[in-house]
Design a protein around this ligand. Sequence first.
Ligand code: AP5
Ligand code: ZN
Length: 206
Amino acid sequence: KRLILIGPPGSGKGTQSPLIKEDYCLCHLATGDMLRAAVAAKTPLGVKAKEAMDKGELVSDDLVVGIIDEAMKKPSCQKGFILDGFPRTVVQAEKGTKIDKVLNFAIDDSILEERITGRWIHHSSGRTYHTKFAPPKVPGVDDVTGEPLMQRKDDTAAVLKSRLEAFHRQTEPVIDYYDAKGVVAQLPAEKPPKEVTVEVQKVLSS
Ligand code: AP5
Ligand code: ZN
């Protein structure tokens, strides 16, 4: 299966991805995770991407299409993939390959600030927690490795505003683009994580 997960910041794309990945043995390509790794490693790509990311703006199409093309060459991605956070502009969508299903994480903006400001992540594994909705066993500590959790630099209320603006202006047209091809499925992303998972399974088995 070739899947795209699309939705605003905090809608649950990164939370649902590992579960879909396990069920269907697909590779998970999250452009946000790849870009954050490049920023942390201070690679030339990371240096170019950092400014836009810190401001909550989109990184240029060329850079992002480049990292996705490179990542999709991996043997593990040949039988199917989950694109999480890509494409985010119509230009990116036009450059992409054929897609079987687009999961649209539909959710009201008003819910997202609480989700974003309460998120904690385990950097090396990408595991995500939430102080209220998915707390770790010990506050501030990863359940599996015992390593410290951290917050993303762009997870502030102020930067969220720009990220949401970018979503509505640049990414919502991508949903219309795929809707015209008849491949979009709506998910009730405001429901609790387990209920969203059930909805994802329904869509993918139909
Ligand atoms: P990216 O990393 O993709 O960030 P995003 O799209 O803003 O999405 P998030 O990761 O914030 O949300 P999510 O849906 O994964 O939420 P999660 O599941 O973690 O991109 C970051 C930046 O990189 C961009 O701003 C841009 O600069 C750049 N970039 C990336 N891709 C690009 C591209 N293609 N083109 C150009 N630039 C690009 O959930 C959030 C929290 O809520 C967690 O704490 C979680 O535990 C909790 N939660 C999840 N689901 C639920 C639920 N159902 N109920 C209650 N709580 C929940
Ligand atoms: Zn994410």
